[in-house]
Design a protein around this ligand. Structure first.
Ligand SMILES: Nc1ncnc2c1ncn2[C@@H]1O[C@H](COP(=O)(O)OP(=O)(O)O)[C@@H](O)[C@H]1O
Ligand SMILES: [Mg+2]
Length: 493
């Protein structure tokens, strides 16, 4: 008796140690149950949380593979009763129990006398049930069998839950990874983009600090991450801090951490982001917004490679590569004494200047195609392919979008969601883009640039209205036809 108990414990331990692949695990559980119960047949049924239906995994019977995932309605049969009540049940003669549904026995092609059934239960959650039919020699199951089955099911339930959690976390992790890769993709074939990508790759292999500048939505964060991902530090942490979003005090304790009791509310020691990013990269976004006081502290880290926690005295060595970004004109800030010149030189070891989207128009169709494909893939299955009409494309290419790539991305996402047909038309684009007038010209252009945008647009619409006749257009505009031709060429109408 003692030996057989030890054997049973060993068999059960094997389950706990066995695979975290759910399907394999279920097979192992049924096989073990059959063995330790000395059973003629066993099945394991998993419960669908939403519908309460039970789905079969079966160990024995000729047709076991065909009828895997055979289902029972909520509450149906002895298995259904156990799943609903969460208590084990022994039925010594099934023909005398009204709960018995011959469906299961018929399904596995078994003549059935007795059934022992125990819930797979963790806390209040019923994951399913295990059901045993008769002993292998045909004798009926007993209360002892049910007790053993119930104890066994408790262990089995825990390992099923563990496998389910593992599979969920694994899938989630995969999805996040994919989303990150997706979001880190750099699109652009223009010379200027190629040069920037190559510069970033070079910087990546050094430890140099880099300052990334460019307007809003030009890809500063994207390139900072690209530098980290292409660097030997890529497997270490990459941490982003938005310096503009925090007050000086908060930013200081975020970056440097604090000792217990450093200030009211500092109940425990806290590691700062410099320490958290050790061996990795720290990206200081919107560095142009930092106060002069903060700048002094950052300068010290760059010069000495050490930080001191707020309220602490001990310098702590950190190995962090700094990347910084701003959409402000830093040189101006330095001149106005709003940004320390020494810090500027420390950060500006390498400078990555991102162009406005309007300076690399040739990338706009590529970016538009890339975003449209991405939205179709991520906005749910079954969405038809969407493309831009030439007129809508023209608007995107020739408008100077102040929000650059981010604005392009948002405009297209909105168009995919709100548009009705397979083609995005100008009316599907945000009003500020489709209704172009002098008011839609972005502040920040030089007067000449603004005039050019206006002229290009106006000439194009005039020419369109006369079906491309330069003679008619010139007369409407009250200019010489030769002058019109020159403008058309110069402005690339
Ligand atoms: N070259 C590019 N290719 C693809 N997507 C880009 C590119 N540049 C920027 N993006 C996307 O545009 C959006 C804005 O970029 P971001 O790096 O946040 O800009 P910034 O930090 O300069 O405001 C992000 O969704 C980013 O993924
Ligand atoms: Mg940004």
């Amino acid at each position: 008796m003692r030996n057989s108990s030890i054997k049973i414990i060993k068999d059960i331990t094997e389950i706990v140690n066995s695979t975290i692949n759910l399907n394999n695990l279920l097979d192992v559980i049924i096989a073990t149950a059959t063995k330790i119960m000395n059973a003629k047949a066993s099945s394991l049924l998993l419960r669908d949380e939403k519908t309460g239906k039970l789905f079969f995994h079966i160990a024995t019977g000729e047709k076991k593979d065909e009828i895997k995932y055979f289902e029972l309605e909520k509450g149906e049969g002895i298995a259904g009763w156990v799943a609903e009540h969460g208590t084990p049940l022994l039925v010594e003669n099934v023909r005398e129990d009204p709960r018995w549904s011959s469906k299961i026995s018929a399904a596995i092609d078994f003549s059935t006398l007795s059934i022992a059934c125990a819930p797979l239960k963790v806390g209040d959650t019923i994951l399913g049930v295990i059901e045993i039919i008769d002993h292998i020699d045909g004798t009926p199951l007993t209360q002892d069998d049910l007790d053993l089955l119930n104890a066994f099911s408790e262990v089995a339930a825990l390992s099923i839950l563990r496998a389910k959690i593992y599979s969920f976390v694994n899938k989630e992790n995969e999805r996040l990874r994919e989303a990150l890769v997706e979001k880190s993709k750099i699109v652009g074939e223009s010379q200027i983009m190629k040069k920037i990508i190559s510069d970033c790759s070079k910087v990546a292999h050094s430890n140099a600090t880099a300052l990334i500048t460019g307007g809003s939505g030009t890809g500063k964060e994207l390139f900072a991450r690209f530098i980290h991902n292409s660097s030997p530090r890529k497997d270490a942490p990459y941490i982003t801090v938005n310096c503009g979003a925090l007050t000086e005090t908060l930013l200081e304790s975020e970056l440097f951490g604090y000792e217990k009791g450093a200030f009211t509310g500092a109940y425990a020691q806290k590691i700062g982001l410099f320490e958290a990013a050790d061996k990795g990269t720290l990206f200081l976004d919107e560095i142009g917004e930092t106060s002069l006081g903060m700048q002094v502290k950052l300068l010290r880290v760059l010069q000495e490679g050490v930080i001191t926690r707020v309220g602490g005295t001990r310098p702590i060595k950190v190995d962090v590569r700094l990347l910084a970004a701003t959409n402000r004109n830093v040189e101006e800030l330095v001149k106005e004494k709003l940004f320390r010149e020494d810090l500027y030189y420390r950060l500006n070891v390498v400078r990555i200047k991102l162009p406005r989207l309007s300076e690399r128009k040739e990338d706009i169709p590529l970016l538009a195609k890339y975003f449209l494909e991405r939205f179709q893939r991520t906005s749910g299955a079954g969405r038809r392919a969407v493309e831009l009409s030439p007129e809508a494309m023209e608007i995107l290419v020739n408008n100077d979008l102040p929000g650059n790539i981010r604005q392009l991305e948002n405009a297209l996402e909105r168009a995919v969601i709100m548009g009705s047909g397979p083609v995005i038309r100008p009316s599907d684009l945000p009003r500020e883009l489709s209704e172009r007038g002098p008011n839609s010209l972005a502040v920040g252009l030089t007067l000449k640039e603004a005039q050019d945008v206006f002229k290009r647009d106006f000439l194009r619409r005039t020419l369109e209205s006369v079906e491309g006749s330069k003679t008619k257009a010139a007369s409407m505009l009250d200019i010489q036809r030769t002058y019109l031709s020159r403008l058309v060429k110069e402005l690339g109408v």
